[in-house]
Design a protein around this ligand. Structure first.
Ligand code: ATP
Length: 301
């Protein structure tokens, strides 16, 4: 019997999220800059006779059956290697630190962590490029969760290229009690933007600002095409956004498809005091540094 393996995978945010029109395959063309931030899920895998998934603490909205993306990831890895499905299954335990349906790709992080953990558990020695390719079949954000750091994402987000990022910032992460459905936000984007380009333009200015590492310039260039759709679906976010902009006019961003909101700060003490101020006003928030590493093994006994 092999020993359990635990892999930690980060949440992501999109410093730039350029969305194109709906493609014939039902996906949206993206030109995005991902950044991995310091909120994590830990995924532990153990050999088992049948696939199962459990959470260390109950969290609403996470399926505990074969719909869980972690199980889909495990089965995809078995298939990729041509292993006999009857001989390979795992018990997967997830400690969730990434908000569910928060636009921070928690499910994708779990898929990436599961791929890496099972690769180690079964000593499959899957080449990195193969892991990225399998990840891309599981979801647009899964390859980036393997990579981490800061990266350009094109295609439908699954083609990732690491970017030179010399910034080191703090994000005040303002959580929402209610999740927002990613398909619903994209669906409303399509209604609002019937003339979205087939291929959204690359964010060259932000790429350059990241290489220079000046948080002020980065803050000025944060952009998310899904903002109008998310505001329509969740009008309550507008009030939160107004409050955040009054505290930090340049560095406010919707995380992915929302509803999590983010505020960029250079200084950790300032970030702490903003988070304390928001907590006093009744908001639930936390701090996360960025950029951080992608999925990595933390326990391999
Ligand atoms: P994204 O930013 O990638 O759109 P999100 O952060 O808004 O995603 P997730 O927390 O990744 O949302 O969950 C999206 C959906 O995926 C949920 O409706 C949930 O039912 C489903 N799901 C499947 N597996 C998982 C998992 N391991 N963790 C969380 N959600 C999962």
């Amino acid at each position: 019997m092999t020993r359990p393996v635990t892999v930690r995978a980060p949440a992501k945010i999109n410093l730039h999220l350029g969305v194109g029109g709906l493609r014939p395959d039902g996906k949206h063309a993206l030109a995005t800059i991902y950044q991995a931030v310091g909120l994590y899920d830990d995924v532990t895998v153990r050999d088992a006779l049948v696939w199962s998934v459990a959470l260390t603490e109950p969290v609403d909205g996470v399926p505990l059956d074969d719909d869980n993306i972690a199980i889909r990831a495990g089965k995809a890895l078995v298939e990729h290697h041509g292993l006999h499905p009857a001989d390979y299954a795992a018990e997967i335990t997830i400690a969730k630190g990434i908000p569910v349906m928060g636009g921070m790709a928690g499910g994708s992080a779990d898929a990436a962590a599961t791929l890496l953990a099972l690769d180690r558990l079964w000593d499959l020695q899957t080449p990195d490029d193969d892991l990225l390719e399998i990840a891309g079949t599981l979801g647009s954000d899964v390859p980036f969760a393997l990579l981490g750091g800061t990266a350009l994402g094109v295609g439908h987000g699954e083609i990732v290229t690491p970017l030179d990022d010399n910034s080191s910032v703090w994000w005040v992460v303002v959580l929402s009690d209610e999740g927002l459905s990613t398909p619903a936000v994209y669906g409303h984007f399509d209604e609002l933007s019937p003339n979205a380009p087939a291929t959204p333009p690359l964010p060259d200015d932000l790429t350059e600002a990241l290489a220079n590492g000046d948080p002020q310039d980065i803050g000025d260039l944060l952009a998310n095409d899904l903002w109008p759709a998310a505001r329509d679906l969740r009008p309550d976010l507008v009030d939160v956004e107004v409050q955040l902009r009054s505290m930090s006019p340049d560095g406010v961003l919707l995380s992915g498809s929302g509803p999590t909101l983010l505020m960029l700060l250079e200084d950790v003490e300032e970030a702490r005091s903003m988070a304390a101020e928001l907590t006093e006003r009744g908001y639930r928030c936390t701090l996360a540094p960025g950029p951080v590493a992608g999925a990595h093994v933390v326990t391999y006994v």
